[in-house]
Design a protein around this ligand. Sequence first.
Ligand code: BES
Ligand code: ZN
Length: 456
Amino acid sequence: MHRESATDFSIVGRSDLDLLCEFLRFRSVSTKPELAPQMRQCAEWLCDLLASNGFDAEIAETGGHPAVLARGPEAPGKPTVLVYGHYDVQPEDPVGEWTSPPFEPAIRNRRVFARGATDNKGQILAHVLGAIHLLKEEGSLPVNLIFLIEGEEEVGSTNLDDFIRARRGELRCDVVAISDTGMVAENYPTLTQSLRGIAAMEVVLRGPSTDLHSGIFGGAVVNPATALVGMLARLHDHHGRVAVPGFYDNAVPPDPAERAAVAKLPVTDDDYLRETGAPALGGEEGYTAAERIGLRPTAEINGLTSGYQGTGTKTVLPAVASAKLTFRLVPNQKPDRILNLVEIFLQSLLPRGVEMEVIRGHGGMPYAVNLQNPWCAAALRALETTFGREPALVREGGSIPIVQSFHELLGCDTLLLGLAAPDCRAHAPDENFPIESFEAGIRLHQNLLRELAAGA
Ligand code: BES
Ligand code: ZN
């Protein structure tokens, strides 16, 4: 469905910040099926914004939540740039921990607080508004610009590969640009050089056919919660290494040059300690926090559920226990293989008296940009012009699985120009985006298009 392309600039009368707040009010939580109507409304809002401001925009159906696909006016002879982002957000839980409600944007200390403020609504809207303003001021864009803004990034982009395959011709581009990563410090220009891959799974242990009285039956049957925590406790050894046999077999070890580069970044273990509020740092021995995050694979428990979770006590022997796990991967580790290894390992630890079910989740390959690519030089210039200092090059621990797909399916590199401040609290309560970063993002988009046009 193509929306009417017009140039009535319906943003007149609404400031950039108003538009961000409108965008943030949609409860676009992709993982909750009951919010599908909100997801679609959010996509339509975005699509209308682009369509009424000079873009040929459509709600593009995928097998899941829709994407927004929009194309700027043609710029003959100029490169084609695809800007990717996502309008879906993580669940707001635990909602009681928020200072103000997660879907009622609030401004405090020159920051906008709301779920998705940084990840990724604020960052992608900065690009959209950068392009809209540029088009309005100059009557044209310096490059052929495509926006692909999806609704399933936070659930693994499971339908986007097929979508890209199906519409490959229209999506053909010279380079992809994404702002969905971090900055080493607020206003410190940062180009992300690599992302980790990811493999997700859920483990469910079932024991008795129903919950039991723990006094009447406890001691006589295996407690699935006890069994599960015992198994999960074996995921790491005493040196903080992942103890799954074969886990590190293909992982490319960091070379001394990479470690030296990480050591030069303006972030120390003390910064991580302060930002996380943890009493001490922990992880694989022999590495700094930045190395553990950027260069090493990890295993995390993301959720653990069993038994009574309410106030007070309940003497129950739960029938079921489950855990959600993810593994972050470095080059040469493959999600499927890692999940196979973990499943075999957990099976080997499974005590008699419980049965195990493994439900596999999404997976994504790691990514590293080719820094010799001339587009990277253009991106670095745009970052430097926008923020007035030499950009940092970082290796990030997060994952954006579609980036590797862009490489494989469209044959192009991705420029990761993150705008997230270290204390943006993505995925956590009180997520926020500094207004200054939002405004800088708008300028960054414009500088980026100019540099990419010049560098072609
Ligand atoms: N914006 C993040 C990815 C990110 C964050 C990369 C910080 C680098 C630094 C993205 O929205 C995200 O959260 N991705 C998920 C991917 C997963 C659900 C497949 C992630 O990394 O957990
Ligand atoms: Zn995210």
